[in-house]
Design a protein around this ligand. Structure first.
Ligand code: MG
Length: 379
């Protein structure tokens, strides 16, 4: 079997990047790359096409490394390039699974679970009062989700974004909102809070301490992402679990974070961190320190299902992010019907990823076609 073509498409309104890898035996693999600027163009860059075209797609790990070496003699890359490579790697696994007649979770070592638990990433809406958060939380819980997350970003006018400090008003706001939401939910409905990298350690700890009695699932990205040692001081100082990982690439990016035990839970985004096998490696590294895995995911159903295969195949999976409740394109993007039931996705048993793109549907939501639809002009 040989790879004959690689195409990508940028969708809208949400800028999902899908990847299609075609073979000479008629098997077509689909993947998704994180939606960073220009990622769909990198997918079709000759420096990524060259190591793949004419090669046997079943040698996934070798091709992963060949792609890296083709982009840089050092074989080291992060950012948008690693996102593009992650999307291609996922499509290669889809091909291998179809060629062998087995689901991707089987190729990753078999499964620990049949259903993948999701958490819904919520937004309060127009009004950011505790009552508005509670209403949203209870609505999502009523739809079957047993875990949810809120991003709480006090209005920019209320704080100085540059000194990373928090006012006493904002601490009170945080505590009021999160206490009200926590108390409104069933005790076994988990609640996570994302602080979006906004604070200095000494300031976020004021909030983390106030949260300790609330038994949160986690407090995410409490401080900026660049300094693992600083994060370790936060994690060591509070009983509120700390989660981070969406800014890290490959197992090498996670090495210091995991080995210094600077987070209680890690949240790699597999559409940027290196794809599915790299996701398995990151999960295994974390498992050596008994750290659970809660992947970041704002992808389409393709990335979401691809990530589910890894979540099924690793022991330390906790919960997977889901971001697009009631999104019109989400619901029509794949042919296999609604994915989510009772806040869970059943991992497909069909060969490969087990989901296929509804091409007629996404043609109407295409912003830029770069060889994904062969019969459509390259835009
Ligand atoms: Mg986040």
């Amino acid at each position: 079997m040989k790879i004959t073509h690689i195409g990508s498409v940028l969708l809208q309104p949400f800028p999902w990047v899908l990847v299609k890898v075609t073979t000479d035996e008629g098997i077509v693999g689909i993947g998704e790359a994180y939606h960073g600027a220009g990622v769909h163009q990198i997918v079709v860059d000759p420096r990524l096409q060259r190591p793949l075209l004419g090669q046997d797609p079943r040698h996934v790990d070798k091709l992963f490394r060949d792609m890296l070496r083709s982009m840089s003699a050092s074989g080291f890359y992060q950012g948008a390039v690693m996102s593009a490579i992650s999307g291609i790697e996922t499509a290669l696994w889809d091909i291998v699974g179809q060629a062998l007649g087995v689901p991707v979770w089987q190729l990753l070592g078999g499964k620990f679970r049949d259903r993948i638990r999701l958490y819904n990433d919520c937004h309060a809406g127009e009004v950011e009062t505790p009552a508005a958060y509670v209403e949203k939380a209870k609505g999502v819980e009523a739809r079957g989700f047993s875990a949810l997350k809120f991003d709480i970003d006090p209005l920019p006018s209320r704080r100085d974004r540059y000194n990373r400090c928090i006012s006493n008003d904002d601490i009170a706001y945080y505590v009021d909102v999160v206490t009200a939401v926590r108390q409104s939910l069933d005790r076994n409905t988990d609640l996570a809070i994302d602080a979006h990298w906004a604070y200095a350690p000494v300031d976020i700890l004021k909030i983390a301490y106030a949260f300790e009695a609330l038994n949160l699932l986690w407090l995410e990205d409490p401080i900026p992402p660049e300094n693992v040692a600083a994060l370790a001081t936060v994690k060591a100082a509070t009983r509120t679990p700390i989660c981070t990982g969406e800014n890290f690439y490959t197992r090498f990016g996670f090495r210091e974070l995991i080995q210094s035990q600077a987070a209680d839970i890690i949240s790699p985004d597999l559409a940027k961190a290196g794809g599915l096998l790299e996701g398995r490696r990151i999960a295994d590294l974390a498992d050596m320190y008994y750290i659970p895995l809660a992947p970041h995911n704002i992808g389409s159903p393709i990335e979401t299902v691809a990530t589910c295969h890894v979540c099924a195949a690793v022991p330390n999976f906790l919960v997977l992010e889901f971001h697009h409740l009631d999104h019109p394109v989400w619901d029509g993007l794949i042919n296999e019907g609604p994915l989510i039931q009772d806040g869970h996705i059943t991992v497909p048993d069909r060969p490969g990823l087990g989901v296929t793109v509804n091409e007629d549907f996404i043609r109407h939501h295409t912003r830029e076609n770069l060889g994904f639809f062969r019969d459509m002009p390259v835009s």
